[in-house]
Structure formats: C-alpha cells, structure tokens
Write a protein that binds this ligand. Structure first.
Ligand code: AVJ
Length: 329
C-alpha cells in the first residue's frame, strides 16, 4: 500500500473527506468515519432507515417524547422561557412534539438547529415555521464535536440542548465525554441537556436493526464506497464488498463493517493510491454504543450536569435523560 505525496489526477475534493479517508484506509484495521455516511444520498437512506420495521430506535424515542413532552419541557423550563438548541438536528422530525409542548407554556420559541450539513435543515426550517406557528428556526452550521459557539440566552430565558437519536452512540466513550463537557461549557447554570440513548437489549433485535431485510442499511453502509468512487475517483466494485453488522458485547456496541469478499486491489485515483484487501478483510465503518440504565445519568454527571430525570418506554429499549447544568463550572 503506498500513499503518493502528489496526486496524479487533481480533483476538487473536500479536504476533510480526503484527510479522513487517507487516515482511515491507511490504518490497520481499516476504518472509515461514520460522518462520511451523510452525503445527500446517505442522508436520504438514513431517513429511510428510521422508517424500517427493524429500526426500533426512532419510533421508540418518538413515542417516549410524545408521551412525556409536557413533563420534559416543564422540567427543563422550571417556569422560565425555553430556547431549544438541537445538535445534529437533521430533519428535526422528533423535536416537533417538544416544540408544540413548549408553545403551550410560551407564545414564541426560538429553535436553533445545529448541523454540519444544512441541506436537510433548510427544508425542515420552512416546514416547521409554516406548520408550527410561533417557532422561529435559526440554522447554525457548526461541527459541534470540535467546539462551537452559542450565544448567551437573554435573562429569564433557559436553553434546552437536545442531543437525541442516540447520535452520541457513534463516539468512543472518551470522545462522548469530551463532547458533553464542551456542551456544558456553552451553558449557564440551570440550562438543560436532553440526551437520547439506545439501550442494550436482546442481540437478535439489535442485529436486525442494523441488517434489515430490505437491505436499506446495507445500501447505507455501501454508500460510503459510492461516495469514495465519486469524490476520490475510486474504483470500488460494490459487488465485491458485503455489509456486515455485529454485536460486540465486550464494548457494548453494534458495529458495521464492509467486508471484502475476495483478495483485491482498489484504486483511489485522486491520491494515486492503490489499496490492497485480503479476502474477508473489513473496513470498520461505524460503532453504535448501547447503554444500560444509569449510564446516561452517569455520563451527564461526569460532564457537569445534575441528573434531573429519565424517561423510557415499556420495554426499556431506549432512554431519554434530562440533565441540568450545575454550578460547578
Ligand atoms: C444516527 C448514529 C444513531 O447508530 O443507529 C443507522 C446511524 N447506522 N443504521 C445508529 C445508523 C446504521 C444511527 N445513528
């Protein structure tokens, strides 16, 4: 495997993508970072995943939010006016029920949607402002994993940061702790963080959620290679890689991999780079950590939040946990 210093073909490629692909595919074992999933096609595939019968996460979390919306906003607001700030907002579909609940207590709501790619949000912004009168949507194009700057709230106002959808599950424990601390630093005492995390459950349920019968998750995983072919002039043959989902019990996480079915050499012309794969060798594309009851509260406490409350579904499959920024920093 050689990584040439100067590209033979010069292409207008995004530097971040280029850098992470070179690092990831140059590592042993090979990896690709999960944020690479979310180009336009990948974001669309993810929306489809959220509607699959096997992908219980979205629907379970939505039910929790629906059943407890007024309690959640009452607890978060504590009599003060709320402002919402959602991290990785995407289409902000599940947040609407919380917006409506907040609007029963206040006549206007500022909804700050933070995301690295605002494409999905632009559509959501217009729809939300049209369909939920009283909501003003601000788009904040920021990568919250690398530190981000939020305005201070006005006096009498409280911020509720929403970090839902088990998005935090993509990060290694140390990394998620670092992200939560960064969020805490942006907040004033009394502000809140609502964290939604997926729970450990029977293995077959989790496996099915990441390897659905219709093959949408397989297409989502392989879309990384489609993206590399397009953006880095690659020649990945999609038929020579298989989608693999597995449960890693030691690490308490679902993993997704792309497995090379044969020994092969793949070329990324943008780097003038040839990458060798052994038969059965994998590219590790995602970790989705699963948690146990008490984990969310512990993570929040560690980051400087007092644990206010948790909500779950009847089966205990998903947990939504509200922490309040304490006075410690
Ligand atoms: C958006 C990171 C929560 O880990 O379940 C869906 C992404 N990966 N199917 C998850 C995903 C495979 C999802 N998160």
């Amino acid at each position: 495997m050689s990584l040439a210093a100067s590209p033979a073909v010069s292409l207008p490629i995004d530097e971040q993508v280029a850098r992470s692909v070179r690092t990831g595919l140059g590592s042993k074992p090979k990896t690709l970072t999960p944020w690479l999933f979310y180009d336009e096609a990948g974001s669309e595939l993810f929306e489809q995943i959220t509607e699959l019968p096997e992908y219980y996460l979205t629907r379970t979390e939505r039910a929790i939010l629906e059943h407890n919306a007024s309690e959640i906003v009452a607890e978060a607001g504590g009599g003060k006016r709320l402002r919402f700030t959602e991290l990785g907002a995407g289409s902000a579909e599940k947040t609407r029920v919380l917006m409506k609940a907040a609007l029963e207590r206040q006549n206007k709501l500022l909804f700050e949607a933070v995301d690295v790619s605002p494409t999905a949000l632009l559509v959501a912004q217009a729809r939300i402002e049209r369909e939920i009168p009283g909501v003003k949507v601000d788009l904040l194009e920021m990568d919250y994993t690398n530190g981000f700057g939020l305005d201070r709230c006005t006096p009498g106002e409280r911020r509720l940061v929403l970090y839902i959808g088990s998005s935090i599950g993509n990060f290694e424990p140390e990394e998620s702790a670092r992200i939560l601390r960064k969020v805490r630093k942006q907040l004033a005492p009394g502000d809140c963080l609502l964290l939604g995390i997926d729970q450990v459950k029977d293995e077959s349920t989790m496996l099915a959620a990441y390897d659905d019968a219709a093959g949408v998750t397989a297409a989502f995983n392989k879309n990384m290679l489609v993206r590399l072919n397009r953006e880095l002039a690659g020649d990945f043959d999609l038929d020579q890689f298989s989608h693999r989902a597995l449960w890693n019990d030691t690490m308490s996480r679902m993993e997704m991999h792309l497995e090379s079915s044969v020994e092969q050499r793949v070329r990324l012309a943008a780097f003038d780079w040839e990458i060798d794969f052994g038969a059965g060798e994998t590219i590790h594309t995602e970790n989705s950590y699963k948690f146990r009851s008490g984990d969310a509260a512990a993570m929040l406490a560690e980051a400087g939040f007092a644990h206010a409350r948790s909500w779950t579904d009847e089966r205990g499959w998903f947990e939504v946990c509200l922490g309040r920024a304490d006075d410690s920093q």
